[in-house]
Design a binder for this molecule. Sequence first.
Ligand code: PMP
Length: 404
Amino acid sequence: MFKVHDIRKDFPILSRKVNGKPLVYFDNAATSQTPQQVIDVIVDYYSNYNANIHRGVHTLSQEATDLYEQARQKIQAHFNAKFSHEIILTSGTTHSINLVANGFSSILKKDDEIIVSALEHHSNIVPWQMLCERTGATLKVIPMNQEGELVMTEYDNLLSEKTKLVFVNHISNALGTINPIESIIEKAHKIGAAVLIDGAQSCPHIKPDVQKLDVDFYVASAHKMCGPTGVGMLYGKEEWLNKLPPYQGGGEMIAEVTFEKTTYAALPHKFEAGTPNICGGIAFGAAIDYMNTIGFDVIASYEHDLLDYATKKLLEIDGLKIYGTSKNKTSVISFNLKGIHPYDVGTILDKLGIAVRTGHHCAQPIMDYFKIPGTVRASFSFYNTKSEIDILVEGVKKAKMMLS
Ligand code: PMP
């Protein structure tokens, strides 16, 4: 039985007040909160193990290295990668995508095409546009419909022998739509294209199996799944990671350096130049442990309940429109009040202690599609409650009254 009030006790921040009111944290799609179990690991690291890894013979360095490598193995097990060296620790999803996009500079040719979707975060658009500028390749876009779903028949039309790579998010951060990635991957592979899935928004809700998906690259950020900021991962199939050139040069990523020639380290170190976010990597592993203790099935079904409840309650407010109405969506509600700027709604909600996100959510093409400047986005996590949703609904009603 899921006991949300016990779970909430794991999160010290949830008992603080904001503007004199109990915090209602509904900005989980931007970053999730951190449980005490993860905070303890961070404190423990700096209290007992702080040392640079991989190159020290002394005890602290070896202990820190062991903890860091254990974290990599936890990430490997969680995403079900075949080998731990297929997990590259990065500073987050953005870094992971840039790493792959940079690698494709030496693979793409002028007439090649790469495919993105209309539902992407800027992190999964801009690095590829830069890649097209470097290589002369062309970026094609899978369009979306009014429900905020991808138009899959158009995807079929875009695929051709020119297509080399497809990159879409598993879940849209702006609308919460869960994309049909199984079919996207399968169709891309049929014509020999590789696929990268941006899992920044799926990692808090879904436990993906990268081998079952047969995906070539899968990327995620720790801070979306109860871990710290500034750390994330890139899963890449071994054959792909061997094919791609290193992203950054520096210490740790070399086999041998002379002024004539440098040879590179084996995976995963080839892509991990410099001192990494050691504590962050270890805490990422702890966050994965924490979430698995609760269980992703339990999390998904509880959050779905929250989503249904909030959708119903919010739609009772006259003049409120929800963007992203797919049946296949996660616990994100993007909405606007007729004639009122989302920023104004967000500001009033903040005065009531309610944290939501307002604006374009780094997904301007989606806002352009709906012809709006942005939305108010409330995104729920497993530590939120229906009574918090009631507070949100009352807050939105109040905002509407004050701003109309
Ligand atoms: N893609 C998606 C779908 C996201 O939601 C985010 C974070 N908002 C990112 C990429 C970028 O993640 P990060 O800022 O952790 O690199």
